[in-house]
Design a protein around this ligand. Structure first.
Ligand code: ARG
Length: 451
């Protein structure tokens, strides 16, 4: 009988919601379920998850390890973009969705299924990301979302699982809703729904509390090649082990915990807790290496691009021409982002303590306050005169007899020499009549450097 049933490919995680989904898809939708179990480095026991899917009635379970592809095609591009939603969330869950969507579509095509399914609720971002990505890849596929369509609460799912003898978690019921992969872990629900309550220690898995971190600081040197991390402490490493090692190190030092109020795509403000130790270290290092190697104007422009990139990933528009165009721009900027960055980790914090690149735009002889200075300081005066010329002009106009507010604003302008700006040399460097110029005082105060 089941041989004639239509098939659906379900994005299966092994957790409560997607396990319950298997049974709903069979019973309420009359479908044969192919459970797609995807390893993005969530660290779950995939064998027991596969066993659970079969026990629940899945006709087939397909397991794929896509950790390397996840990092190369999704995580590293986002790192090059310094992508942090609302300045903080490093997008661990958001980045995995377009890949999972692509795998669902590929598997549906392979098995001849007309539908794909996911276990998202109707309140979050993930449903948006899955649906938009799936239909961007194949608009003909039917998308089923049993939890959303049946408006099932978490409690209802727990109850349903109990009534139907569905095995959910191995060790008791987890009070949180978790999404995890190599790039980080998000923790929601339970006590975390009160934004005033500090997250309890049991919410965290990848990171130690700062107080329990080693008494000695940890040091690590991250090597980058065109914006992509390629080595730790001088040793070349592949993308997956590199992130794994930084997760270990950062986690041990209690680095990378985030507690954030976040604006979801669907208009809800939510409190989100994340831990992303490796991602945090890589972001710190990458941004610093950009500061060293990119021009100031490029950095300022790229910052706007980076923010847009994070919004786009968060909003599930990965398969868009805009994302591809932004990636092309970002890749162009990264040709100089090669070098290494040294980080120091200590009791929950991490900071950059050194950086080096053959593309560095930092020139010691220009920056130095010591011997060997090759900067032409005398050129600064003329530069400043022109640089501030508009403000001098404004001040002179304001001080002109009959100008609006001339009485109130007269003092500073009068001090700068007075009179309207009618073609006389009105530069800042022109000594004012009868007043001490500020730089003369400084010169008199001694040789102390005031950059
Ligand atoms: N707020 C995060 C995001 O929108 C985390 C989502 C976590 N997903 C989950 N199913 N628990 O990306």
């Amino acid at each position: 009988m089941t041989r004639n049933r239509e098939k659906v490919v379900l994005a299966y995680s092994g957790g409560l919601d997607t396990t319950v989904c298997i049974r709903h898809l069979m019973e309420r939708y009359g479908l044969e379920v192919v459970a797609l179990l995807i390893d993005v480095g969530q660290g779950a026991d995939l064998r027991s998850a596969a066993r659970r899917a079969r026990a629940c009635g899945a006709a087939d379970v397909v397991v794929i390890d896509v950790r390397d592809r996840f990092v190369r095609e999704f995580v590293f591009p986002s790192l090059k973009a310094n992508a942090a939603y609302q300045g903080r969330y490093l997008l661990s869950a958001a980045l995995s969705r377009p890949l999972i969507a692509a795998l669902l579509v590929e598997q549906a095509h392979r098995t001849g299924a007309a539908s794909v399914a996911h276990g998202c609720t109707g309140k979050g971002n993930d449903q948006v990301r899955f649906d938009v990505a799936i239909h961007a890849l194949d608009p003909g596929l039917r998308i089923l979302a049993p939890i959303r369509e049946l408006a099932l609460s978490r409690d209802a799912s727990v109850e349903y699982a109990r009534q139907h003898g569905i095995e959910v978690e191995e060790k008791g019921r987890n009070p949180f809703s978790i999404d995890a992969n190599l790039w980080g872990r998000s923790i929601e629900c339970g006590v975390l729904e009160d934004p005033w309550q500090e997250p309890p220690e049991e919410a965290f898995f990848m990171t130690s509390p700062a107080a329990a971190a080693p008494g000695q600081p940890g040091l690590v040197e991250i090597g980058f090649e065109q914006g992509v991390p390629v080595a730790l402490d001088g040793r070349a490493l592949g993308p997956v082990p590199l992130i794994q090692q930084l997760n270990e190190l950062g986690g041990a030092h209690g680095v990378g915990r985030i507690d954030q109020i976040e604006d979801r795509v669907v208009g809800i403000k939510s409190r989100e807790v994340y831990e992303a130790p490796g991602a945090h270290l890589l972001h710190l290092a990458h941004r610093d290496l950009e500061d060293l190697t990119l021009t100031g104007e490029l950095l300022r422009f790229k910052h706007a691009v980076d923010t847009r990139y994070a919004d786009l990933v968060y909003g599930g528009r990965w398969y868009s021409p805009l994302r591809r165009a932004l990636d092309a721009f970002i890749d162009e900027t990264q040709t100089a982002v090669t070098g290494k960055v040294r980080l120091k980790l200590y009791h929950g914090s991490a900071r950059v303590v050194g950086r080096e690149s053959r593309h560095a735009l930092y020139v010691r002889n220009l920056a130095t306050y010591e011997r060997g200075d090759s900067f032409h300081q005398e050129a600064a005066e003329g530069f400043i005169e022109l640089y501030g010329l508009d403000l001098v002009t404004l001040a002179r106009n304001a001080a002109a007899p009959g100008a609006a507010g001339a009485a109130a604003d007269a003092k500073p302008a009068a001090a700068a020499g007075g009179g309207p700006a009618t073609g006389d040399r009105g530069g800042l460097a022109t000594p004012a009549t009868g007043t001490e110029p500020a730089h003369a005082e400084r010169a008199a105060a001694g040789s102390e450097r005031q950059p």
